[in-house]
Design a protein around this ligand. Structure first.
Ligand code: FNR
Length: 360
């Protein structure tokens, strides 16, 4: 059997294979009214098709812990019971297809309140359902973004509580995996990096202070998330600032071990998003070496992501011991049945819906 189609157990949860779908915002929820932030038919068919296609774990897109934590007004959120109810339809369908339903919980920080990317993705104001963003420090992401308000310590504690409430709701909604969004320059990642965190209190300055908020969120979430279910953390392994002050791959290796001690079961290793205008050496599997360092230097389970598009390429990443699972993003947008196609190519088997039995 190929490594890609070996089941993977984290805590008491077994994921049927190692072809996973990373969180990908659809920017398609209602921006106002009673259904704000709730998944709808678009999300149901989008996640449902990838489950029917044999994906082992689907991590539902960045889902905001509060209205201000959305990236765009059209983001999903999980701060009320209407949203929970709407998510249940998706999680129960995913389970019916033998796919584990996961959700990425996040807060957009200083990159909040932007337009849908296909409309340009620029910051929006109240006339387009926008709001004022918050951040560790009053430093904007780039010239286009307004200056965010620096969170008070009380404000930080409120956000931690929002993560706790969102965790309880995620469980209620039927999710079996939570991924905390610590990557791409959103709130948790903003605290980690000295590029965006200029605080002089106990949440800024030293490495210990900059990692404090992330660890407080992890600890608080772990307390209410069941012992038998896994907690994932997505990190940007580097800001790609190359010599300038920023978060580095060495920081990531060090932090991964600490996250593990605090109850994180696997690190989803991405990069970038916190510093505007940096050069990123894009290419097939370009972020895999960062996952390999987390896995092999820190000794923490890791998933690799980024331009993984071919079954043989994915298989090699696992066979070489560079990661424990792969996340396939845009290729799964192109081909919802990527996992089933990969299984066939590698001589393995994956879930096939009964209704499609004649297609095998
Ligand atoms: C993303 N990505 C992303 N990442 C994340 O952590 N949370 C999110 O909600 C999103 N949203 C999102 C939307 C869309 C449309 C894309 C294409 C990407 C990043 C994504 O999870 C993944 O890391 C990258 O797409 C790289 O993997 P691929 O696409 O090269 O396989």
């Amino acid at each position: 059997m190929s490594a890609l189609f070996e089941p993977y157990t984290l805590r008491s949860l077994t994921i049927p294979n190692r072809v996973w779908m990373p969180p990908m915002c659809q920017y398609s929820a209602a921006p106002e009214g009673p259904l704000t932030g709730a998944p709808n038919d678009w999300h149901f068919q989008h996640y449902g098709a990838r489950a029917a296609g044999g994906t082992g774990l689907i991590i539902v897109e960045a889902t905001a812990v509060s209205p201000e934590g959305r990236i765009s007004p059209q983001d999903l959120g999980i701060w009320n019971d209407t949203q929970v109810e709407a998510f249940r339809r998706i999680t129960s369908f995913l389970k019916s297809q033998n796919t584990v339903p996961g959700v990425q919980l996040g807060h957009a920080g200083r990159k909040a309140s932007t337009d849908q990317p296909w409309k340009g993705g620029s910051p929006v104001g109240p006339d387009a359902y926008g709001w004022d963003a918050v951040a560790p420090s009053a430093v904007p992401f780039d010239e286009q973004h307004p200056v965010p308000a620096a969170l008070s310590v009380e404000g930080i504690k409120e956000v931690v509580q929002q993560f706790v409430d969102a965790t309880r709701r995620s469980l209620d909604a039927g999710f079996q995996v939570i991924e905390l969004h610590g990557a791409h320059g959103y709130l948790i990642g903003e605290f980690l990096s000295p590029h965006s965190n200029k605080r002089t209190d106990e949440y800024g300055g030293s490495y210990e202070n900059r990692t404090r908020f992330a660890l407080e969120v992890v600890d608080a979430v772990r307390e209410v998330w069941p012992e038998e279910l896994p907690l994932l953390f997505r990190i940007s392994a580097t800001d790609w600032l190359d010599g300038e002050e920023g978060w580095t791959a060495d920081d990531t290796v060090r932090f991964a071990a600490e996250l593990k001690d605090h109850g994180v079961d696997l690190i989803d290793v991405s990069t970038g998003g916190n510093a505007a205008g940096v050069r990123i050496p894009l290419g097939p599997g370009y972020q895999v070496p960062f996952a390999a360092r987390v896995r092999n230097e820190a000794g923490v389970p890791a998933a690799a992501v980024g331009l993984i598009t071919e079954p043989e390429q994915a298989e090699k990443i696992l066979a070489n011991g560079e990661a424990d699972a792969v996340l396939v993003g845009r290729e799964l947008l192109r081909d919802p049945s990527f996992a089933r196609h990969a299984a066939r190519e590698l001589g393995s088997e994956s879930h096939v819906p009964d209704q499609y039995h004649r297609s095998v």
